[in-house]
Write a protein that binds this ligand. Structure first.
Ligand SMILES: NC(=O)c1ccc[n+]([C@@H]2O[C@H](COP(=O)([O-])OP(=O)(O)OC[C@H]3O[C@@H](n4cnc5c(N)ncnc54)[C@H](O)[C@@H]3O)[C@@H](O)[C@H]2O)c1
Ligand SMILES: [Zn+2]
Ligand SMILES: [Zn+2]
Length: 394
């Protein structure tokens, strides 16, 4: 089959690889019909090289059709339409029982001290072949796949794999009081969807901050007060002006470790990218490669006593944080990979609603053949050609 493989920094290629096959009785094989590129893939593309091997298959946002099921998958049959969550969970351990699927006790990658295995996401997360491919082996298919009806457009359901539950959890963790205010840092797919969800759930003031024209423009079309980082020397002051002088009740960081604008961080990333693997792995794990601008901004923006919700992925282990300020402002901080199945039942009515309240149809800016994946990564990373969400068609 054809699959998007990682070859090196900013180098992904579509290659012919072996077809996946059933290995466990709880596996299923999915024929992927649409699969998306995520901001999380950009971390692999840019800085996480030390944790990847040449040829690793990327991707974790697939929708498709069940091709084959193992003998213990009683809930699916060939021909079913399914969307697959980006994490692999067992559905029956102590963590899954309390809806913390990203902490699954069964699929945890203990060798690296990490949580549940993820598709196409480095050795740290189990080196599971990813979903930017014609076919996917889905482990624990007796639990993870989300069955969807035949008929409605795929774009309605595709985002259940990641974008929707991530945005939803980001908003839930932000703990916005009724009629309250929230500022989203970053208006990529996650930040923009979180802003849509926050508005839908009744936040009175939704502010979005970014530095890419079309991302700001699009968020502005559905009631988000946008602020262009490039135009404000005092962004915190600008946000206070919109929130009674106090700052927002909640801030969602939907940027993570590739924030623009920190020369020190940029340097650390560049260094990690050119060093031999063993050394750069140590640097990334111990010294931290994160560019913390977005988090620092969130800490500065949030109202005293307010909540910061981190959806953006951070990866370093030794990042300096302004503890004096965080403690003194009495900031609540919540974070983590989204527990997809935790939120599906809450989100599904919006996904299926006739009027498409979250605007899922048309959310993607690009739908291109899987063969053009390298181009897709390039424009998504460089934010060229209006790329906000890129879908690949195997
Ligand atoms: N928690 C989860 O389960 C989960 C799931 C999916 C994605 N993510 C993470 O969410 C983040 C966003 O993903 P995405 O798909 O929206 O990707 P993205 O890279 O397109 O979004 C990031 C956005 O932040 C903007 N930005 C960069 N620096 C900024 C700054 N200093 N201030 C304000 N905005 C800034 C960029 O212009 C971009 O629009 C990534 O870190 C990704 O890894 C987390
Ligand atoms: Zn994703
Ligand atoms: Zn589990």
């Amino acid at each position: 089959m054809k699959a998007v493989t990682w070859q090196g920094k900013r180098d992904v290629r579509v290659e012919t690889v072996e077809d996946p096959a059933l290995r466990e009785p709880t596996d299923a094989i999915i024929r992927v019909t649409t699969t998306a590129i995520c901001g999380s893939d950009l971390h692999l593309y840019e800085v996480m090289g030390p944790f990847l091997e040449q040829g690793d298959i990327l991707g974790h946002e697939p929708i498709g059709v069940v091709e084959e099921v193992g003998p213990q998958v009683g809930n699916l049959e060939p021909g079913d339409r399914v969307v697959i969550p980006f994490q692999i969970a067992c559905g029956s351990c102590a963590m899954c029982d309390v809806d913390l699927q990203t902490q699954c006790e069964t699929t945890q990658v203990r060798e690296h001290g990490m949580g549940a295995a993820l598709y196409g996401y480095t050795k740290l997360y189990g080196q599971v072949p990813g979903a930017q491919a014609e076919y996917l082996r889905a482990p624990h298919a007796d639990y993870n796949p989300i069955r969807i009806p035949k008929g409605p457009p795929e774009e309605r359901f595709l985002y259940l794999s990641d974008v929707l539950p991530t945005a939803w959890q980001g908003v839930q963790y932000a703990d916005i009081p009724p009629e309250g205010s929230v500022a989203g840092v970053g208006l990529g797919p996650i930040g923009e969807m979180a802003a849509r969800v926050a508005r839908h759930l009744g936040a009175r003031t939704v502010i979005g901050i970014d530095l890419v024209d079309e991302r700001l423009a699009r968020a502005g079309t559905f009631g988000v007060s946008t602020l262009d980082l490039r135009e404000h020397d005092d962004i915190t002051g600008a946000v206070k002006d919109l929130t009674d002088g106090l700052g927002p009740h909640s801030v969602i960081d939907a940027v993570g470790m590739e924030a623009h604008g920190s020369p020190v961080g940029a340097l650390a990333q560049k260094v990690a990218g050119v060093l031999p693997d063993a050394v750069s792995t140590a640097i990334m794990e111990n010294a931290g490669i994160d560019r913390l601008n977005a988090l620092y901004l969130a800490i500065d923006l949030v109202r005293r006593g307010g909540t910061i919700s981190l959806s953006g992925v951070y990866g370093g282990q030794a990042n300096p944080l302004p503890m004096l300020t965080m403690f003194d402002k009495q900031i609540q901080l919540r974070m983590g990979q989204a527990n997809v199945k935790r939120w599906v039942d809450d989100i599904m009515p919006l996904v299926e609603a006739d009027d498409d309240p979250l605007g899922l149809e048309g959310f993607a800016t690009h739908q291109i053949p899987l063969d053009d994946a390298a181009h897709g990564y390039d424009i998504f990373q460089k934010k060229q050609d209006g790329a906000i969400k890129v879908l690949l068609k195997p």
